[in-house]
Design a protein around this ligand. Structure first.
Ligand SMILES: NC(=O)C1=CN([C@@H]2O[C@H](COP(=O)(O)OP(=O)(O)OC[C@H]3O[C@@H](n4cnc5c(N)ncnc54)[C@H](OP(=O)(O)O)[C@@H]3O)[C@@H](O)[C@H]2O)C=CC1
Ligand SMILES: O=C(CO)COP(=O)(O)O
Length: 336
């Protein structure tokens, strides 16, 4: 049995707490919100974020960071990306040399263009930072529906240790050394999922969605490989796998927000209606900036940015995408 701390009691933190508890671990969950801690301690269910999922009586909830970090075999960071750095900073004094921290959030810091694991390392240099990502909606993990994800770590030993800690008969965990590729796939897919939702909101069909998914992963992989990620990660669970589930699932917050925007709501109205974090909104500007920095053309992501932040109409954005100059699908083979 391991001692585990979970930073964040949103839908993902709650679902992973239950999974780790079911695996026999001793679980302490932190939230910044005292009301949330009181509610979870009393009701043993997160009615607004993970309804219908019963949490065990011996799971501890607290607002105390020290209690969640000190003496734990590993700590999971499950706060939305805009709060990753501030949360890591509050944890830093309590993290031991070599203590394993697993980031499960998906985002890129807009101001620095840093991945979340890089931010955590900057704030907590003594930590052994790993990531867990893949197609894994909290609602389905909470209901124990078969799910497969990837753990990325700097050493094989840490990756295999975490694989053992998280894995069970309904949660299959693969390992990978490609932390960068995993994190880029997980954050950039949210931008494409917003686009897929917008297409649904506009009343477009399955053909449109298939095109967005296929050309979307093309954009993500082009940028990701140029930044140093491995192509296989973008073609795997943390790339195309997560992109498919986020573009298609009724559970996706990004798809839902995109749908509402496609129906004519503003970005703020859509975010307010979804009520949970819409990470793609935060990753879009960073994705555009990375595209510019690495000189990678990312037309879908650029159109999402124009819709979200420049007031462009979603229908007009689709028209502009369709009417770009004709081009070859890829350059892997030519007539020459
Ligand atoms: N939900 C899912 O299915 C999955 C989510 N993820 C990723 O996990 C991350 C967390 O998402 P999710 O659990 O869905 O988010 P939720 O919106 O469900 O929860 C967010 C949590 O963050 C808390 N919070 C608010 N402000 C702060 C702050 N300043 N510092 C720290 N915490 C704060 C919220 O508290 P309060 O309620 O008081 O606002 C809430 O408990 C995201 O990056 C997401 O992409 C990854 C895979 C699956
Ligand atoms: O990353 C996720 C599933 O793997 C969750 O996506 P959403 O944030 O769009 O719900």
């Amino acid at each position: 049995m391991a001692k585990v701390g979970i930073m964040g009691a949103g839908s993902w933190g709650t679902a992973l707490s239950l999974l780790l508890h079911k695996n026999g671990h001793d679980v302490t969950v932190w939230s910044i919100n005292a009301d949330e801690v009181e509610m979870l301690s009393k009701e043993r269910e997160h009615k607004s974020k993970l309804p219908g999922v019963r949490l065990p009586e011996d799971m501890k909830f607290t607002t105390n960071v020290e209690e969640t970090v000190v003496g734990k075999d590993f700590v999971v960071l499950a706060v939305p990306s805009p709060f990753t750095r501030s949360t890591a900073r509050t944890m830093a004094p309590y993290v031991a040399d070599g203590q394993i921290l697993v980031n499960v959030a998906k985002g890129i810091e807009e101001a620095t263009l840093m991945t979340l694991s890089d931010q955590i390392e900057e704030e907590i240099p003594q930590a052994d930072v790993a990531v867990l990502s893949g197609p894994s909606h909290a609602e389905e993990v909470g209901r124990q529906l078969p799910t497969s994800v990837v753990v990325g770590a700097k050493t094989k030993a840490t990756a295999e240790y975490l694989q053992k800690m998280f894995m069970n008969e309904v949660f299959r965990v693969y390992t990978s050394p490609d932390i960068l590729g995993i994190e880029l796939g997980g954050s950039l897919k949210n931008v494409i999922a917003l686009a897929a939702g917008m297409a649904d909101g506009l009343g477009y069909g399955d053909n449109t969605k298939a095109a967005l998914i296929t050309r979307g992963i093309h954009e993500i992989a082009k940028l990701g490989v140029k930044m140093g990620g491995t192509k296989e990660s973008f073609m795997g669970l943390t790339g195309i796998g997560d992109l498919i589930v986020t573009c298609a699932s009724v559970h996706s917050r990004n798809r839902k927000a995109g749908y509402l925007i496609g129906q004519g709501k503003t970005m703020q109205e859509a975010m307010d209606e979804v009520k949970m974090v819409v990470e793609g909104v935060y990753s879009t500007k960073a994705a555009v900036a990375l595209g510019k920095k690495y000189e990678v053309d990312m037309p879908i992501i650029e159109q999402v940015n124009a819709i979200l932040f420049e007031g462009k109409n979603a229908k007009e954005a689709v028209y502009d995408l369709m009417m770009r100059k004709g081009k070859a699908e890829h350059t892997a083979k030519s007539w020459d």
